[in-house]
Design a protein around this ligand. Sequence first.
Ligand SMILES: [Zn+2]
Ligand SMILES: [Zn+2]
Length: 250
Amino acid sequence: MRVTVLGFQSPYPGPNGATPGYLIETQHTRLMLDCGSGVLAQLGRYMPIYELDALLLSHYHHDHIADIGVLQYGLMVHQLFGERNPGKPLPVYAPDSPAANAQSLVYKAATAFHPVKEQSRAKIGDMEIQFLRTDHGDGDPCYAMRLEAEGKVLVYGADSGPATNWGSFLKEADLFIGEGTYLDHNLPATPNGHLSVRQLAQIAEEHSCRSLLITHLYHGYDPEEVLRQASAYQAGACHVARIGLQISLQ
Ligand SMILES: [Zn+2]
Ligand SMILES: [Zn+2]
């Protein structure tokens, strides 16, 4: 299984940047997790967008879905040009609320909506996927995802505050893609559905994750400082997200 970071910034893309989006590939399947601002332009560096097998959305905040509309236009045009089967819309797995957002995922024959709930499981190609509701936001669901394929486990934590109940979901993941929204100097006094880099590192260590990719970062952060504040994580390799970073699990 290989991960390519297409975007990682939040709440908005910096110069030449992109907000969250990740390409996940096995020998047989290519998925995208989240579809933030600027992600589609990055995806095209690695593959034609019309060869994507599925898209999974953690939640409907703009930094995670901003490029959905242009993806739908793109797929529609590729169907028109004969490069993608017009009878085969791209499956988009996403929360079923808010309803208006969910409905927007059905677009002509280009995209089809597959509702996700806490107990949902999905099998896409050779990937098995489970979902976990996180502590995030304003009452609408946000789901972390656990992907298993080729004998490896990848957990995408999505946006997940300190009250997220990870249980065994995260245990010994080969890679945890986790949000480190705050550095020490801008951590709010009251938790608001996000983690600091320091909090993330502790969670990854407690759950014996075999490697960590710190993401959902403000574009102005110094990656060296991010690494320093992640020092509580000692269980494996620690990566700071950047566009184009690839991590192979083998
Ligand atoms: Zn969010
Ligand atoms: Zn976010």
